[in-house]
Write a protein that binds this ligand. Structure first.
Ligand code: AVJ
Length: 313
C-alpha cells in the first residue's frame, strides 16, 4: 500500500498519545475558500494590517530593495493575492520591470489569482506555479535576476521555533546573495484582540478546523461525524502562542477506511491542529540573525499590530 504524505501524517498524528494534525492540511480547495472568509472578518486584523502596510508603503519597500534592473517577485503561499495586489499595482503603475511568480498548493486558489490579475493588471508578467514551495524555489538560484521572496500573512507563525529556523535557513540556501525576503510577522498585542481573531463568534475558524475532518472523510474514506466535534483555541501572552484544537464531544470510534485503522476518541479528547505564534520585534531580529540574514527594515502598520520585515541575504 503506497500512502501519500497526508495519509502518513494522519496515521502518525491520530495514533499518537496526544493527537495532532498539521495545519498545512487545512488548505485543500475548500479550506482555502474558508480561509478567505477568515481574512474577510474584521476581527482577523492580520489581513487588514498587512493590507495597510502594502497599500501605504509599497514605494518605500521597493526603494529599500535597491535592485537596479529587472527582478523577480516570488510569493510563497500566494492564496488569493489580495494584499500583494497593492504592491503589484504600484510596480505596474511605475512601469518597473519584474516577473511575478506566485506559488500555492491549491490549484483553485492559483487559478482565481491568475484570472483576477490578468483582468486587473493586464500588463503584469506572471508565471503562476502550483505545488510545494521548496520544490519550486530550487529554481530561484538559477535566475540571472535578483529576487524578492514574499512570505506574507505571518505564515511563519505556524512553525515552532526550531522548525521556523530550519525553514528560514532553507529559504536562505535557495537565495542568491543580494536577494531579499519580505516576511510578515504578527506582533504581540492586547491578548483580547488576538483571542478574538482566532476564537471568532461566527464559527468560521471552527469550520476551518473541522474541514480537516471532512477532508479525511473525502480523501481517506473516514467516517467522522462533524457534529460530534467542536473547536477550541487559546492565546498564551507569555509565550506568544495561539494553539487550536478539535474537541471530541463524545467517546467515539472513527473508522478510516483507506488507512485500515480505527481511531478511539475519549470524551473531550483533543486533536491539536495549529500553532499561530505572535512575535516581539526583538524575536524578529534574533530570527534574522540565526538564519544568516541581515534585517534591513521593519515596515509596520499604524496600529503596530503587524510587521513586514525586509531581510537581505
Ligand atoms: C495563514 C497561518 C497566518 O495562523 O493566523 C487563521 C491561519 N488559522 N485563523 C494564522 C489561521 C486560524 C493563519 N495563517
Amino acid at each position: 500500500m503506497m500512502l501519500d504524505a497526508f495519509a502518513q501524517d494522519v496515521i502518525k498524528g491520530l495514533t499518537a498519545e496526544n493527537k495532532f494534525l498539521s495545519s498545512k492540511y487545512f488548505y485543500d480547495d475548500n479550506g482555502s475558500r474558508i480561509f478567505q472568509e477568515i481574512m474577510n472578518m474584521p476581527d482577523y486584523y492580520l489581513t487588514d494590517a498587512e493590507f495597510e502596510i502594502l497599500s501605504l508603503q509599497s514605494g518605500k519597500i521597493i526603494d529599500a530593495l535597491k535592485f537596479s534592473g529587472p527582478f523577480n517577485i516570488v510569493e510563497l503561499g500566494a492564496g488569493d493575492g489580495f494584499k500583494t495586489f497593492k504592491l503589484l499595482e504600484y510596480l505596474v503603475t511605475k512601469e518597473i520591470d519584474f516577473y511575478y511568480v506566485p506559488i500555492d498548493i491549491s490549484q483553485e486558489a492559483i487559478d482565481v489569482l491568475n484570472k483576477n490579475l490578468k483582468d486587473r493588471l493586464p500588463s503584469l508578467k506572471i508565471k503562476p506555479k502550483v505545488g510545494d514551495y521548496f520544490e519550486i524555489l530550487k529554481d530561484n538560484r538559477k535566475s540571472k535576476y535578483p529576487s524578492l521572496l514574499l512570505f506574507l500573512g505571518s505564515n511563519i507563525g505556524n512553525y515552532p521555533d526550531q522548525k521556523s529556523n530550519e525553514l528560514l535557513n532553507l529559504l536562505n540556501k535557495n537565495m542568491k546573495s543580494g536577494d531579499k525576503l519580505l516576511i510578515g510577522f504578527d506582533l504581540k498585542k492586547n491578548p483580547i484582540t488576538i483571542h478574538n481573531a482566532y476564537f471568532d463568534k461566527y464559527g468560521i475558524t471552527k469550520r476551518f478546523n473541522l474541514n480537516l475532518l471532512l477532508r479525511m472523510n473525502k480523501e481517506l474514506g473516514a467516517d467522522f461525524k462533524i457534529d460530534d466535534f467542536d473547536f477550541y483555541c487559546h492565546y498564551n501572552p507569555l509565550t506568544g502562542d495561539v494553539k487550536s484544537y478539535i474537541v471530541s464531544l463524545r467517546k467515539q470510534i472513527v473508522n478510516i477506511e483507506a488507512l485500515k485503522i480505527k481511531v478511539d476518541f475519549e470524551y473531550n479528547e483533543l486533536i491539536w491542529t495549529e500553532l499561530s505564534r505572535k512575535f516581539a520585534i526583538k524575536d524578529i531580529n534574533d530570527m534574522a540573525i540565526q538564519s544568516n540574514f541581515k534585517l534591513n527594515h521593519n515596515f509596520l502598520d499604524c496600529k503596530h499590530y503587524f510587521t513586514d520585515s525586509l531581510w537581505e541575504k
